[in-house]
Design a protein around this ligand. Structure first.
Ligand SMILES: *Cc1c(COP(=O)(O)O)cnc(C)c1O
Length: 355
């Protein structure tokens, strides 16, 4: 069997969830959208089911997958419904629902739920993606309240730049939220992972941690709280071929690497078809039998090449960690010009195994 696989440490996932709750002092919806950022939504939700206050997903398809797997905790649809017809399923499966647009509000007013809905009313406090304009927010709240269709309203907004700790934008968004929500006595939910870890002064009854659950830092710089996270995924494979090259020989497509000295090249069963980023350049870190090394040459579809020159013990069958407990996924992402969110979500073809 091909040795590429992703190991998922559910104990680490629970540790990170508890940390989110402990640091925020709030209830926490574990964000498991996009198949739990590539970690497997059902297995991750099952692992958290005993202690999580609830879950959050991007769409009803993801929510129903969890319900069908027997997840009974609250599940929030982070973008609400995409067409009004979904409200019937939302009611039947007891889902919580964001309302971010006037057309959704009108659909809720017209719905005939068997029991009153739980609505998270989203404010656009400055990200300018979805959410009600601050001047429309109070009126939207009153309409929900008056509709008779809603049992509970949670006030929410989302930060655009919470990962930038020297940027004043999050504070401005908070002020906008507080002004728009003035006088409304409802629970509030403002913080994703970077806001939870980086902005302790931002209040929240509910937090919405995503990336931090999976143990990756949302910040570009080192952060003391992010250091307390434990990586959940280890992406690993093995060396399937070794060759010795003299100085001056190219390796891989496009000859992007040319040996400057006699070089021992290891070929790893891992490529961009597995979701490993093709743009990871020469120098991107890996660990080989626990020793630090680097990628050389271009990543290809099913294979990539690493430098074994300084690791004489390593060879055929050596274990290669692409990211995990030794090689932070965020470092690999940075080398490849992206973020850990994307390299997790891109994962495919490799079997996931849980422990
Ligand atoms: C995805 C998402 C989150 C989680 O964000 P992280 O940065 O991964 O913690 C929180 N809130 C909303 C509305 C989201 O869409």
């Amino acid at each position: 069997m091909r040795p590429a696989r992703a190991l998922i440490d559910l104990q680490a996932l629970r540790h990170n969830y508890r940390l989110a709750r402990e640091l925020s002092g709030a209830r926490a919806l574990a964000v498991v959208k996009a198949d739990a950022y590539g970690h497997g939504a059902v297995r991750c939700a099952e692992a958290l089911q005993g202690e999580a206050d609830g879950f959050a997903v991007a769409c009803i398809e993801e929510a129903l997958q969890l319900r069908e797997a027997g997840i009974q905790k609250p599940i929030l649809l982070l973008e609400g419904f995409f067409e009004a017809g979904e409200l019937e399923l939302i009611d039947r499966h007891d889902l919580w629902c964001v309302v971010h647009s006037p057309w959704q509000l009108a659909a809720v007013e017209q719905a005939r739920p068997r029991r009153p809905l739980t609505i998270w009313l989203k404010l656009d406090s400055g990200m300018h993606r979805v959410g009600f304009h601050p001047e429309q927010y109070q009126a939207a709240y009153r309409r929900l309240e008056a509709s008779g269709k809603v049992a509970r309203i949670v006030l929410m907004t989302h930060f655009a730049r919470a990962d930038e700790l020297d940027c004043s934008r999050s504070r401005e968004q908070l002020v906008t939220f507080q002004q728009a929500a003035q006088g409304l006595s409802a629970e509030i939910s403002l913080r994703n992972s970077p806001a939870l870890l980086g902005w302790p002064e931002i209040p929240s009854d509910w937090v919405r941690p995503g990336i931090m659950l999976y143990g990756a830092t949302p910040f570009a710089q080192p952060h003391p709280l992010a250091e307390r996270l434990r990586p959940v995924m280890t992406l690993e494979s093995k060396i399937i071929s070794v060759r010795e090259l003299p100085a001056g020989e190219p390796v891989g497509y496009g000859a992007r690497f040319v040996s400057e000295r006699p070089t021992r090249v290891g070929v790893v069963a891992m490529g961009y078809a597995d979701g490993y980023p093709r743009h990871a350049p020469t120098g991107t870190p890996v660990a080989i039998d626990g020793q630090p090394s680097r990628i050389i040459g271009r990543v290809s579809m099913d294979m990539l090449t690493v430098d074994l020159t300084d690791l004489p013990q390593a060879g055929l069958g050596s274990r290669v960690e692409l990211w995990g407990k030794q090689v932070p996924a965020s470092e690999v992402a940075t080398c490849a010009g992206t973020i850990p969110y994307q390299i997790f979500c891109n994962l495919r073809r490799v079997p996931l195994s849980y422990f």
